[in-house]
Write a protein that binds this ligand. Structure first.
Ligand code: AMP
Length: 400
């Protein structure tokens, strides 16, 4: 996938109607209050830039899963209110998505003004990438801007379909994601180390395969590591195991060897009799060698020796990409491996990139976010990026 895409900085938007797809999918409490406005804040650079350049800005996003039905529980009204506060200007919201209200508001926009459409997913055709819906969105504007990195891996009407009818450019957020992650994958400063974790090996098959073509060292921790340990012939007790993927793991171990890639697996592991219940409840654990996991116990975090091994590899890197926790980090007793990896990223002078999702949450919770080069705003999207997959919301943008 070509990544050298035209951005909003490459064009003159003055007086043009710009349809900007943002990610305003914020968490709401029972009363409809926004509990974390991070996604709105992250959209501000693009919005402020476009307004400053004199665009007539039509903002749009999805929120939650209203499944194609108009449901005020998922209204973007709280987002319009928060945007108005953050921008210090009134951001009116249409009463519909592509109906009379939306069209009238869009038609009356002046240069440097913005408005918000109602939740795109109130229309069933959004997620189905319906051509008539995409066309109706496009008809309101002269230019399309893609700035919702969290949804660029989806081929929806507002993320990709609309680009068939309008010249399409990246916003500043998408541009930043593409340039930092794109460079890491295409032309990384070496040594390039990737750290993968999380529960299931099956979720990351293509990521592992693709990264083995690119990295100098691949570190595998978390629940997914145990299928690799099993593939090496060791007993793993009650640890997470995917019997169908043992052959795949063997192939990946061989591929690493052939390519001269160092593939680091846990050498010791923190085990318990059972998975913690509740997940953050007290738990009795001990640390054992990874070759000596008792039959009746389950590996739930990387051990101390492994933490040191992984941290050393991370600290000697010049580029690090991290996706997925090293253990059941929701539990304080089992979070030590994940914290050790996060700390190693902070301590290294490498370009450090954290994929979205749990690892991003862990880094933020620890207060390390400002010390990481880039925390991706899209969990699923960044994973598909690491897989080397074509992202529909990026592929549809104009090339430079
Ligand atoms: P993922 O969504 O694939 O990134 O996985 C994240 C989840 O993996 C977290 O909720 C962790 O609690 C879980 N996890 C990590 N390591 C283990 C492990 N050794 N056993 C069970 N679950 C794990």
């Amino acid at each position: 996938m070509a990544l050298n895409k035209k951005s909003i900085e490459d064009i003159d938007v003055k007086g043009k109607k710009v349809l900007a797809r943002c990610d305003f999918n914020v968490p709401l409490d029972g009363e409809g209050n926004i509990t974390d406005d991070k996604r709105i804040v992250e959209s501000l650079p693009t919005i402020k830039y476009l307004l400053g350049q004199g665009a007539k800005l039509i903002l749009c996003s999805h929120l939650g899963r209203p499944k194609g039905e108009f449901n005020m529980k998922y209204s973007l009204k709280p987002v319009a209110a928060r945007l108005s506060e953050l921008l210090g200007i009134d951001v009116p919201i249409a009463a519909d998505v592509i109906g009379e209200s939306a069209k009238a508001l869009a038609a009356n926009l002046q240069d440097g003004q913005c408005m918000l459409l109602e939740n795109l997913r109130f229309d069933i055709r959004e997620e189905k990438n319906g051509a008539d819906f995409a066309k109706a969105l496009a008809n309101m504007a002269d230019i399309f801007v893609s700035d919702a990195f969290g949804t660029v891996h989806r081929a929806h009407a507002s993320t990709a379909g609309v680009a068939a009818y309008l010249p399409a450019y990246s916003g500043l957020l998408v541009d930043k994601e593409l340039s930092i992650m794109g460079k890491a994958l295409a032309d990384p400063e070496r040594p390039f180390v990737a750290v993968l974790g999380g529960a299931k090996v099956s979720d990351k098959l293509n990521v592992i395969n693709n990264l083995l073509d690119k990295v100098d060292t691949l570190i595998i921790g978390g629940g997914m590591a145990y299928t690799f340990v099993a593939a090496k012939g060791y007993g793993i007790g009650k640890s997470l195991f995917d019997a169908e993927k043992v052959d795949y793991c063997k192939k990946m171990l061989e591929k690493a060897e052939e390519k001269g890639v160092k593939l680091l697996l846990p050498v010791d592991t923190v085990v318990a009799k059972d998975f913690p219940d509740p997940i953050d409840g007290e738990i009795e654990v001990k640390t054992v060698d990874v070759t000596a996991i008792p039959d009746d116990m389950e590996g739930l975090d990387i051990g101390e020796k492994t933490r040191a091994l992984f941290a050393d590899a991370v600290k000697s890197a010049k580029t690090v990409v991290w996706n997925g926790p090293m253990g059941v980090f929701e539990n304080p007793t089992l979070a030590k491996g994940t914290i050790a990896v996060a700390q190693a990223l902070v301590d290294s002078d490498a370009v450090t990139i954290v994929g979205g999702g749990d690892s991003a949450a862990a880094v933020e919770k620890l207060g390390f976010a400002s010390k990481i080069t880039h925390i991706s705003t899209g969990g699923g999207a960044s994973l598909e990026f690491l897989e080397g997959k074509e992202l529909p919301g990026v592929a549809c943008l104009l090339d430079k």
